[in-house]
Write a new protein. Structure first.
Length: 567
DNA sequence: GAACTAATAT
DNA sequence: CATATTAGTT
């Protein structure tokens, strides 16, 4: 056992140690993408090779031993000889699981040796819950080794997530074998990661796709590779890599990576502070109020300070978030880059939503809207606004192309288009109408369904927007002012537009609000400042003594045993 | 008030 | 230029 990790370079070993110290590292792997280790200061998720797993386990055992020893000494000093049982405190490491649905609890028997006890699934979850209730503030090292088929049931993740959320355990180490699962974990918690370390092999073709998938996440992507030729490096950079390192990693390289992580954290914190300063003043008030409340609670519990100090063993970290940061992550300020993968997802969603699909006009009405697209894409971290912006761009492009393609305005529909919501203006001579209504143009929405009446409500659906500039365009194109708008916006404009809409048979529906859309993956944004994936981070991060202290004292989310049900 | 699109800002 | 952000609208 002790030699399990010797096959790894010192650099990788050091990385693992950094993980356990709270630094975030992520490696990932599937086939060639082997040996991935996901770490964060908050939650540590790993996709690692078996040897590293063994090392991790060994390391965790060592850590546990160390802390047990310390606890023992503490008890001796306090003269509490009667209690031979191990007690957990803030900062303790608990090794909970080593095999699928097998829990290994390390216990110290009378001979001062450690033995493992195995539990089945039921007892595993029950025991995990119990431990989390009892030792809520313990730093938990959780090693989860996947089943041989490589997939972990969703129920497992759900339970795990629930436990983490409810009990605010942190420092979780999870081992999975598939990069897909790793990717999911990263994307769902991208804000919790600082660094993505990808260990890839030469024959791996998916490395770039993987990098592009993670490109928009706010993590540094570092590629470890056997090869380091220019072509590979260039491709990696194009795919979004931050750095390419040739294997094997050296200690020096690790120290550099560490600096990158630290710098990135500083940057994030500064950015967040600036943003906070500009935006939120009232939130600070809320924060201080919370502190006051906590302070009052502190008086009630005398041992809390002791618990807090016992977590100081982590304070020898070079850097961690300062206490005054209520939220330790910030909204990603980097632009979302619409990588081919992301765009493909987008296109896929658009097609599924049936934009411009009038042929397969089953019951599926077109509902190609940013929100629906977002739901369908199920890309964590992506906001509706970004989708809308991209949609706008795509429609604009399409519009341009259509203009180019169909120089004659008689062709109603462009062929082979993918987008068609953008209202395009078609000019034609209005013969039938007499000059009483000198309408020299018509509105046409290429690709949109023509106006239909919603038979359920017997109402017409929403049409395109008419704005001042849109109106200006119409004027420019048709040389005609459809309605007077000298009084600006208001009911008059609406009247004018309504008039046109109702008098013109070429109206356009806006699709139904999708009722059958599954939105299991993305809960709606209630705030653009902090998207969902950045929320619920308070108190989840270790290395923050104040947070740990708060957790130690805050019993408001105590008694969660009833909230989590284990069937 | 949420969400959409057009338009503008970066 | 590509996105983010705002503004006007339903």
């Amino acid at each position: 056992m002790s030699t399990a990790y010797h096959s790894h370079t010192d650099g990788e070993t050091e990385l693992v140690k950094m993980c356990l110290e709270g630094y975030l590292i992520c490696m990932t792997g599937e086939h060639g993408l082997s040996g991935c280790l996901w770490l964060s200061y908050g939650v540590t998720l790993t996709t690692i090779s078996l040897s590293i797993q063994l090392f991790l386990r060994e390391l965790a055992i060592q850590v546990l031993k160390l802390h047990l020893k310390r606890a023992q000494n503490r008890m001796k000093q306090q003269g509490d000889k009667g209690r031979s049982e191990r007690t957990f405190e803030v900062g303790d490491w608990v090794l909970l699981k080593l095999q699928p649905h097998r829990q290994v609890t390390l216990r110290k028997d009378k001979q001062h040796k450690f033995s493992a006890k195995y539990y089945g699934p039921y007892k595993f979850w029950k025991g995990l819950e119990r431990k989390m209730v009892k030792h809520r503030n313990a730093v938990v090292v959780y090693v989860l080794i996947e089943c041989t088929n490589g997939t972990l049931e969703d129920a497992t993740w759900e339970r795990l997530d629930e436990l983490i959320k409810n009990y605010r355990a942190f420092n979780i180490i999870t081992c999975v074998y598939q990069s897909g699962a790793a990717l999911r974990l990263l994307s769902e918690n991208s804000s919790k990661f600082d660094l993505l370390l990808v260990d890839c092999s030469i024959d791996d073709v998916d490395i770039h796709a993987f990098l592009r998938e993670t490109k928009n996440m706010d993590v540094l992507s570092i590629v470890m590779s056997e090869q380091d030729d220019d072509g590979f490096i260039i491709n990696a950079f194009k795919s979004g890599a931050f750095l390419v390192m040739k294997k094997p990693l050296t200690m020096e390289a690790v120290s550099h990576i560490r600096q990158d992580v630290i710098r990135e954290r500083i940057r994030k914190r500064e950015n967040h502070r600036n943003k906070n300063r500009n935006l939120k003043v009232e939130s600070q008030e809320i924060g201080t109020q919370e502190n006051v409340n906590l302070g009052s609670k502190r008086k009630d519990r005398g041992e809390s300070s002791k618990q807090a100090t016992s977590s100081n063993y982590k304070s020898n970290l070079v850097f961690h978030w300062s206490e005054d940061d209520n939220v330790r992550t910030m909204k990603k300020k980097t632009c979302v880059e619409w990588t081919p993968e992301l765009h493909a997802k987008f296109i896929n969603a658009v097609i599924q939503l049936g934009e411009g699909s009038k042929s397969s006009a089953d019951n599926i009405r077109s509902r190609c809207y940013p929100k629906n697209i977002l739901d369908l894409m199920a890309v964590p971290g992506l906001t509706r606004m970004q989708v809308a912006s991209h949609l706008q761009k795509c429609r604009k492009e399409k519009w341009k192309n259509d203009e180019k393609l169909s120089s004659d305005f008689t062709s109603k529909r462009a062929i082979g288009r993918k987008f068609g919501c953008m209202p395009s203006i078609q000019i034609y001579q209005h013969d039938q109408e007499d000059s009483s209504k000198p309408i020299g143009f018509n509105l046409s929405m290429k690709g949109w369904h023509q106006k239909e009446v919603n038979h359920m409500t017997n109402q017409t659906e929403r049409g395109p927007m008419m704005t001042r500039l849109n109106q200006r365009n119409i004027e420019q194109c048709a040389g005609y002012t459809p309605f007077s708008f000298q009084s600006g916006y208001g009911s008059k404009q609406d009247e004018g537009f309504d008039h046109i809409l109702t008098d013109t048979t070429l109206d356009y529906i806006q699709p139904d609000a999708g009722e059958g859309v599954n939105h299991h993956t993305f809960s709606p944004d209630t705030s653009d400042d902090f998207p969902d994936f950045l929320r619920d981070l308070d108190g989840n991060g270790p290395n923050d003594n104040l947070i740990a202290e708060n957790i130690a004292e805050d019993r408001s989310y105590g008694t969660p045993a009833d909230e989590v049900s284990f069937g």
